[in-house]
Design a protein around this ligand. Structure first.
Ligand SMILES: [Zn+2]
Length: 458
């Protein structure tokens, strides 16, 4: 290249760079419509997995995000209410995809309120709702200020005599299909089935029955989802059309659960199937690990928010030094932990292979506290080897993408056009994922949540 040509190109490059800088330095044009609310100065983690934006502007009008981005390029509308969030971090509202709301409808409502207190702005009730609870979940789906945005599977399916007693237990595929249509008539969103032998061997819902349920669910616009313990069941269900499963194939429940497996890793074939069919899964590490976490860490119980969220019987148990010693001094304690490490390795392997990991907890079961448990699950993902950013994406965008209409969620990320569900944190979760519990404020659907009074008074 002639010297003069090279010099020209250098000058041109410098000119373009300077012009670009000049364009950035000027104030961005504010959005045309005045008013709304602007959260200014926070570190923004938008849930997409993109780089955090250190000094951001998030503009909200009504229930939607109008704009979200760096301060230099995101205009603030004239007359907008300014919320100074310098030094804070904003993340999308958390989405917990595996919950059970026990007791009566009042108890279920209290659990929903507790979740919202902790910044869980969307949740899925997964298979144990009676008609009264289903009605509450549908009300919470339509929009109530004091609950997360709910999705429900109503009452789920299992094998006659199998797990669990409250489930629908059809004896023929025709009956199963009829039950799925009845669920659709109730207006639920998911169809849950327990594909396991928790009760006793031989009582697992049959492949024929599973296929009928999956097909009928899809035909009726519902999303089928299954509890699995074994890879062979996972493969059969994916072949039948299922694209979202619960737990992992590391045996946690039922016969052989809680002891390390010889070969716990997902097969290359299963991983391939999951990738080819855009399958997601919700590991629920908490339901296993919380069986001893509070025995090992009783200091956590000093937190009054955790105490309020915890099941009262569990709180009594973990407050008792003898009960805690029984767990941590047991002969099989290290074995249980080794089995749990296999669960975490499964999650890491699937995640690294590109399989979509959502987030769920089994909150509402005895040892998993509502709301608090969702944050702890994030910590368990990071312990498994995911980055804090990966864990946040799982708990927001990925989990949201599993809700119907699948792949079209209007929440779960902080981008223009999305519903404004967010949590303002007083500490940086990228430095320590436990900082997601440093909650300053919660917004759901563009409205600040009145957190005071949401926790139960025990
Ligand atoms: Zn469950």
């Amino acid at each position: 290249m002639p010297g003069s040509m090279a010099a020209f190109l250098v000058r041109l490059a410098v000119f373009v760079a300077v012009a670009a800088l000049a364009a950035c330095a000027g104030s961005p044009a504010p959005p045309a419509e005045p008013g709304g609310l602007a959260i200014v100065g926070a570190q923004l983690i938008d849930g997409t997995g993109g780089d955090p934006i250190p000094d951001s502007v998030i503009v909200i009008r009504d229930d939607r995000i109008v704009a979200a981005g760096p301060r230099e390029t995101t205009g603030i509308p004239a007359g907008a209410e300014i919320v100074d969030a310098a030094g804070q971090t904003v993340i999308p509202g958390l989405v917990d995809m595996h919950n059970h709301y026990g007791g009566d409808a009042d108890a279920a409502l209290q659990m929903l309120r507790t979740q919202l207190y902790f910044g869980v702005t969307t949740a899925r009730s997964i298979g144990t709702d009676n008609p009264e609870q289903t009605a509450l979940m549908l009300e919470a789906h339509a929009g109530r200020p004091d609950t997360p945005r709910m999705f429900t599977a109503g009452r789920g399916f299992s094998h006659p005599g199998g797990f669990n007693a409250g489930a629908r237990q059809p004896t023929s595929t025709d009956e199963a299909r009829e039950m799925v249509r009845a669920l659709a008539g109730q207006g639920v969103h998911f169809v849950k089935m327990w594909v396991n032998e928790m009760a006793e061997p031989g009582l697992k819902i049959t492949p024929e029955m599973r296929t009928a349920i999956v097909e009928e669910a899809i035909t009726n616009g519902l999303v089928p989802v299954a509890h699995i313990d074994e890879e062979a069941d996972g493969r059969q269900l994916v072949e039948a059309g299922l694209s979202d499963f619960l737990h992992t194939t590391v045996r946690t429940f039922g016969p052989g659960g809680g002891t390390p497996m010889d070969d716990p890793a997902p097969s290359a074939e299963f991983i391939r199937m999951c990738l080819d069919n855009n399958v997601s899964f919700t590991p629920t590490l908490s339901i296993v690990q919380n069986n001893w976490h509070f025995a090992e860490h009783p200091e956590l119980l000093d937190d009054s928010d955790l105490r309020a969220a915890m099941n009262p019987q569990a709180l009594a148990r973990w407050s008792d030094p003898e009960a805690r010693a029984e767990v941590v001094d047991a002969d099989d304690f290290e074995t249980r932990k080794a089995a749990f490490r296999q669960l975490q390795d499964f999650v890491k392997t699937m995640h690294d292979a590109g399989v979509r990991v959502a987030l769920g907890t089994d909150s509402g079961t005895a040892n998993v506290p509502m709301g608090w448990g969702t944050h702890h699950e994030l910590e368990l993902y990071v312990e498994a080897g995911l980055t804090p950013m990966d864990a946040i994406v799982a708990a927001t965008a990925t989990s949201a993408s599993v809700t119907p209409p699948v792949g079209e969620a209007e929440f779960g990320t902080l981008e223009a056009g999305k519903i404004a569900d967010l949590v303002v944190l007083d500490a940086d979760p990228l430095e320590d994922i436990r900082n997601t519990l440093a909650i300053g404020r919660v917004m759901k659907g563009g409205a600040w949540v009145e957190r005071e009074g949401l926790l139960p008074v025990r």
